[in-house]
Design a protein around this ligand. Structure first.
Ligand code: NI
Length: 170
């Protein structure tokens, strides 16, 4: 296993839609293992393959890791098949360091996909897991949390980023 470099905003691959996985080969298993290690090392509660530069529909999530109890989920080719309610809560992203903001999400989601061996799985989630699932599925579709916060907040984010980026070059 190896820790891979996490791509950061504004790298274009974060805005690129990932492709479905068709082969559950050793290359995929290595990617999954590396993503798990990279997520835990960050540390984070989720990671999508394009965040490590791979355009495949692969995500890893462990919302228990922040509390010391593992609940690892590996999701291949996931899609949301049902969503209910509304939840507004604070979110951050490993690809946008030092930034958190309130994001509007569904309160409950049902997601279907495949596990790392290609077996179908279905997940019914609320709370933090529902939020993480929506966040990682957004990544796989080329969306970041700043695409979910409205135009004005997004402009604020961009201005702040430009200012901090300029400052770090001085
Ligand atoms: Ni993220």
């Amino acid at each position: 296993m190896a820790i891979r470099e996490i791509k950061k905003y504004p790298e274009k691959i974060l805005r690129t839609k990932t492709e479905p996985v068709n082969e559950f080969n050793s290359e995929l298993q290595k990617l999954v293992d590396d993503m798990i290690e990279t997520m835990y090392a960050a540390p984070g509660v989720g990671l999508a393959a394009n965040q490590v530069g791979i355009l495949k529909q692969v995500a890893v999530i462990d919302v228990g890791s922040s509390e010391g109890k593992s609940s690892l989920i590996v999701l291949i080719n996931p899609e949301i098949i049902n969503e209910e309610g509304e939840n507004n809560s604070e979110e951050g992203c490993l690809s946008i360091p030092d930034y958190t903001t309130i994001v509007k999400r569904a309160e409950r989601v049902k997601v279907k996909g495949l596990d790392r061996d290609g077996k179908p799985i279905e997940i019914d989630a609320d709370g933090l897991l529902a939020k993480a699932l929506q966040h990682e599925l957004d990544h796989l579709n080329g969306l970041l949390l700043i695409d979910r916060i409205g135009r004005i907040k997004k402009e604020f984010f961009k201005k702040r980023y430009a200012r901090e980026h300029a400052a770090s070059k001085e």
